[in-house]
Design a protein around this ligand. Structure first.
Ligand SMILES: C[S@@+](CC[C@H](N)C(=O)[O-])C[C@H]1O[C@@H](n2cnc3c(N)ncnc32)[C@H](O)[C@@H]1O
Ligand code: SF4
Length: 365
């Protein structure tokens, strides 16, 4: 009976969050909650991925947020009832204060996710992160073979990915691991083999991300990204492989992309919008220098260096940015934006309530 009570409470909390986010997005209400915060905690990286601009040389910019500035987010996270802080970068493991930040977010009542290349994970670092309260580790792995991995990500690293998965999954504070694979022309023939490896590794989630030149990657030189973009003639084959891979994963009990996302996979490369994007209502993004945007396509200079996050998202300037999102016609099928938006799309939610409930339980730690 207690189990049922807990489940009902969780369902009620989810419905409440949904209603609040929905009224902000569709009725223009001032946000009372921001359930997800994507925090890119550093702009440095120790990998050399061909799809990414972050490691490439560029003009010196502002200083990264200090530990104190990051910890200063905590009162706003509480006020905005943030449920998940998703830490990315750059490579978050390069920050020596990562554990301090994880532990502060956890104490604020948030589940803490980390997107990482895992190159710097050894047993000690995995232990310090899980002891700090990390909820889930999402490890990027773009190829199931060592040579393929090196070709796509520019460094040797598959062995480290495999050992990192084992480190996170073992020990007294073991946590679930997910895998993110960016699908490009370099690995489109390895999608199903990647799914098999994910099953073998015992991960809880395997997500496929269409390579793109948007969001943080829009600063990448077209000449670097062009050879990676799938060719139009290959899209049906890629989609078929993704369908088989995601079905296989789902049958093995592993969370993966929504069928809706896969059905519309080519939307990543076509200027058509399908569902309302929830950027700025369901989630916000904070860059390594403190600037807060609904999504990296939009945004001015609202920084947590000048104003608390809570005030930023409720400001008139940020409301205008949400308006840009509502009017947005850019082809964007980035998993980080599209997949949560799909789950908050009422027709999808009504068709897949159990799937969404189960996913939420995993994500909320
Ligand atoms: C920018 S990385 C930051 C976190 C960490 N360094 C990592 O690699 O997981 C976040 C995610 O973006 C993915 N990514 C890199 N380049 C991309 C591109 N051009 N299009 C889509 N996703 C990309 C990465 O593989 C990773 O899963
Ligand atoms: S995708 Fe991640 S690991 Fe690869 S270069 Fe970009 S930030 Fe670094």
């Amino acid at each position: 009976m207690a189990g049922l009570g807990t489940k009902l409470k969780a369902v009620f909390a989810m419905a409440n969050t949904f209603a609040r986010v929905w009224t902000t997005r569709h009725l223009g209400a001032t946000p009372s909650v921001i359930p997800f915060v994507y925090l890119d905690i550093t702009d440095r990286c120790n990998s050399r991925c061909r799809s990414c601009s972050i490691w490439r040389p560029r003009e010196p910019g502002p200083a990264e947020l200090t530990t104190e500035e990051i910890l200063g987010l905590v009162p706003s996270l509480r006020a905005l009832r943030t449920q998940i802080v998703s830490i990315g970068g750059g490579e978050p493991l390069l920050r020596t204060d990562l554990e301090t930040c994880v532990s502060a977010f956890r104490e604020a009542g948030c589940a803490v996710h980390m997107n990482t290349n895992a190159l710097a994970i050894d047993e000690a670092r995995a232990t310090s992160l899980t002891e700090a309260g990390l909820s889930v580790a999402y490890i990027s792995c773009d190829h199931p073979d060592p040579d393929g991995y090196r070709e796509v990500r520019g460094v040797d690293g598959l062995d480290r990915v495999v050992s990192a998965i084992a480190h996170f999954q073992s020990g007294p504070k073991a946590i679930p691991v997910g895998i993110n694979m960016v699908v490009s022309r370099l690995n489109q023939d390895a999608i199903e083999r990647m799914a098999e490896r994910c099953i073998e590794w015992g991960v809880v989630k395997a997500q496929f991300i269409p390579v793109h030149g948007l969001l943080r990657h829009r600063s990448i030189d077209r000449r670097s990204i062009e050879p990676l973009l799938p060719q139009t003639k290959d899209l049906p084959t890629i989609k078929a492989a993704l369908r088989r891979a995601t079905r296989r994963l789902r049958h093995s009990g592993i969370e993966t992309n929504s069928e809706y996302f896969i059905d519309l996979f080519e939307r990543a490369y076509e200027p058509v919008r399908t569902i309302p994007c929830m950027a700025g209502s369901l989630f916000v993004m904070i860059n390594p220098f403190g600037d807060v945007v609904p999504c990296y396509q939009y945004g001015g200079r609202l920084s947590i260096r000048g104003m608390p996050l809570e005030e930023i998202v409720r400001s008139e300037a940020f409301r205008k940015q949400r308006h840009c999102v509502a009017e947005c016609s850019i082809a964007c099928w980035d998993s980080g934006s599209a997949e949560p938006s799909i789950r908050f799309h009422l027709p999808y939610l009504l068709r897949h309530p159990i799937q969404i409930y189960q996913e939420a339980r995993l994500h909320l730690g």
